[in-house]
Design a protein around this ligand. Structure first.
Ligand code: ADP
Ligand code: MG
Length: 698
């Protein structure tokens, strides 16, 4: 067996491979395209395609595909083989520059939110050379963007790349103002921590709710859950360890920097974190990671659940998006510096993020909105739906001192007055990390913790990059026009703190009192569900910002709102239908069968011993019968709600009905089923219980 450095990236057409298989001028020209975004001429593309094909074929690949991220949230691929017929009846392997650069999948079945209807029926995919091609399942996968013929983005990668470009443009303007003339690019990076559950395949197969919706729609709490906190960072079971080892191998071969693995809070819950990388690549890698997790789990007789809330009453799964911005020379712009001058620059970038998060709370909330994640946010285990920022004690003290022009009580006790040269030197925060904050500064990066485990991280980073780019744009406009840079800078930092400090909260985000304070006193937004927040994607301030920066067009925004709402409605509607089906065909019959056996046994006992009261049996049969009656009634109520939802005139109205009618009706049906589970003999229950599922993996 070879060592990790030997097989790391063995399935990736990375820089090492490019350098070794491309001629010097082809390599140089491709490198320019990757680093600076220059256009690639067809001669170079042909040479790259040929080299890629030879390299992939030597590793057993027979097909190629343009790998893209449509608005379904998962990845899509259509495979074409390399073969091309020769006159003598044989075949040769071919792959042209044209095929590398552009593909034309029949894309009519991907969601477009009406975009394609107004333009062209077909879309095209375009090579993204900034993310390396790789081999998966004997197929050469080429990361691509997916657009309509009118140039409208039909995917998540295109706006992500546009948002990175917007951030780069505005951050460079700021750096120039600070006298930095050498930096060429500013890039945002992300390290996403991915949570997931592992359960056995055998049990999964017995639960229609898991198979059709990814989460359990029924299930009483097990006697033991996560109360003892004995799972978090606990010893990893052999079956899970074998899965993790295999997973790491697969990810490393794909050049994914899988780094940390541990058990999470809930039983059967685990986490994997890679080392951070460029946002675009991190997004591709996270999509791949989720896919590989499912595949590797299957090989181990397991199923990897990526749903945000697979089990009620047990912690859900999220994805922490660790985000920072750095220059091409590796300077992290969110790192406090060594000198007051560097710290002034840091404070400006920090303020840009504070302003961005406050001004665009709604966009950040929207970027993580799915039916699944709605169950998790605010469920006392995950950040609430209210967005706030945690900065830590030291930074807070610095900001307060600046705001009030008072002495900074930090290590240096520096008086802070106008002019950046007196901004203090301060250290990284050393106070306790606040785990309840949705958006926390953790020393040299921000950790956005509201993402759901199954979300593509693209959406959150599109909004984050764009909102911060917008703050920087406004700052750069003012500073470029200022006669005295240092005074203007100091004033702007102060103004930002004054105007936006309401978004900063260092207390316990899980506390109900905080939600009241946030909404009633601070005026922060609290969009509890997808139906609440999604329509605001089109609010004028949001659309103006995103369109102004060139990240989305108005049509793209409208289509995305519609697709996200459709996705929300469809997901819940499928859950409702699955519940009705399970309640009618599995749960009610199971309870009935148990009740009738209990009744029969009581009759038999009474026949044998007439003096017996059989109070236990009659009480049980009564309780069971009450539950089946409630189930029958609530099933009808749910059916009725489903009918009403289907008559909604448009998608916004439909989402509102899903929130107000359907979800509450599902809750109502669940209750008698879960209560019945607690008094029904285990042998009769038609599928594995929470206890079985959560403690089933050995
Ligand atoms: P935890 O939050 O679990 O304590 P860390 O903070 O060490 O763990 O790291 C979590 C993730 O943050 C990892 O993916 C790591 O690579 C990433 N990370 C670390 N530094 C940065 C940075 N400057 N920018 C973006 N991500 C980062
Ligand atoms: Mg973390």
């Amino acid at each position: 067996m070879s060592t990790v450095p030997e097989y790391f990236g063995s399935q990736v057409f990375d820089d090492r491979v490019m350098r070794s298989v491309l001629s010097a001028d082809v390599y140089a020209s491709l490198r320019r395209t990757i680093d600076e975004g220059t256009e690639l001429d067809i001669r170079v593309a042909n040479a790259v395609a040929q080299a890629m094909k030879d390299w992939a074929a030597a590793r057993g690949a027979t097909h190629f595909t343009h790998w893209f991220q449509p608005l379904t949230g998962i990845t899509a691929e259509k495979h074409d083989s390399f073969i091309s017929p020769a006159p003598d009846g044989s075949v040769i392997m071919e792959f042209s520059g044209k095929e590398l650069i552009k593909g034309e999948p029949d894309a009519s079945s991907f969601p477009s939110g009406g975009l394609r209807a107004t333009f062209e029926a077909r879309g095209y995919t375009a090579w993204d050379p900034t993310s390396y091609a790789f081999i998966k399942d004997r197929t050469l996968c080429i990361p691509t963007a997916f657009c309509s013929y009118g140039g409208q983005a039909l995917d998540k990668k295109t706006p992500l790349l546009r948002s990175m470009e917007a951030l780069n443009r505005q951050a460079l303007r700021i750096l120039r103002l600070f006298g930095n003339d050498t930096v060429k690019r500013v890039v945002s990076s992300v390290g996403p921590e991915q949570e997931y559950f592992l359960i056995t395949r055998e049990m999964y197969d017995q639960r229609p709710d898991l198979r059709f919706t990814g989460r359990t729609l029924f299930g009483a709490r097990p006697p033991k859950g996560q109360e003892l906190d004995d799972h978090y960072f606990g010893a990893i079971k052999p079956g899970v360890a074998a899965f993790m080892a295999d997973l790491n191998d697969e990810l490393w071969k794909l050049g994914i920097l899988a780094k940390t693995e541990h058990n999470e809070v809930a039983p059967a819950q685990h986490e994997l974190a890679p080392i951070y990388t460029t946002t675009n690549v991190a997004t591709d890698h996270n999509q791949l990671t989720m896919e590989v997790m499912q595949k590797v789990a299957a090989r181990h007789g397991l199923v990897c659940l990526l749903h945000e809330k697979p089990f009620a009453g047990v912690n859900g799964s999220g994805k922490h998006n660790n985000w920072s911005i750095a220059t091409d020379s590796g300077q992290n712009l969110l790192s406090p510096g060594e000198t007051p001058y560097e710290n002034a620059q840091f404070l400006l970038f920090l303020c840009a993020v504070i302003k961005a998060v406050d001004d665009y709370q709604d966009l950040l909330r929207i970027s993580v909105a799915t039916a699944g994640n709605d169950h998790r946010l605010g469920a006392n285990e995950a950040p609430p739906a209210v967005i706030s920022m945690f900065l830590g004690d030291e930074l807070n003290a610095v900001l307060e001192a600046i705001e009030t022009d008072s002495p900074y009580e930090g290590a240096r006790k520096t008086q802070m007055k106008l002019g950046v040269d007196v901004l203090p030197k301060f250290n990284r925060d050393t106070t306790d990390r606040n785990r309840t904050s949705p958006f926390a500064f953790t020393g040299n990066k921000f950790e956005f913790r509201m993402l759901g485990s199954s979300n593509s991280i693209a959406c959150a980073n599109i909004m984050l990059n764009s909102a911060v780019a917008e703050s920087l744009r406004i700052y750069a406009d003012r500073l470029e026009a200022a006669s005295d840079f240092e005074t203007a800078l100091h004033e702007m930092i102060r103004k930002t703190i004054r105007d936006h400090k309401r978004i900063i909260f260092n207390g316990n985000g899980y506390d109900d009192a905080w939600i009241r304070e946030a909404t009633e006193q601070r005026g922060l937004l609290n969009y509890r569900t997808t139906a609440d927040c999604m329509p605001h994607l089109l609010d004028r301030k949001n659309a103006d910002m995103l369109i102004g920066l060139g990240v989305f067009t108005e049509e793209e925004l409208r289509s995305r709102r519609d697709i996200m709402l459709e996705n929300y409605c469809k997901s819940v509607e499928i859950e409702a239908v699955t519940m009705i089906d399970m309640a009618r065909t599995q749960i009610a019959p199971a309870i009935e069968s148990y009740a009738s056996d209990v009744a029969a046994s009581a009759s038999a006992k009474k026949a044998a011993v007439p003096s017996l009261s059989c109070r236990y049996e009659s009480g049980l049969v009564t309780a069971l019968s009450e539950h089946t009656e409630a189930i029958a009634e609530k099933t009808l109520v749910l059916e009725d709600a489903l009918q009403k939802v289907h008559t909604a005139p448009d998608i916004v109205a439909e989402a509102t009905l899903v929130r107000d009618l359907l979800l509450p009706a599902m809750e109502q049906l669940r209750r008698p089923c879960d209560e019945a589970e607690l008094i029904t003999a285990k042998d009769y229950w038609p599928f594995p219980t929470y206890g079985d599922l959560l403690f089933g993996v050995k």
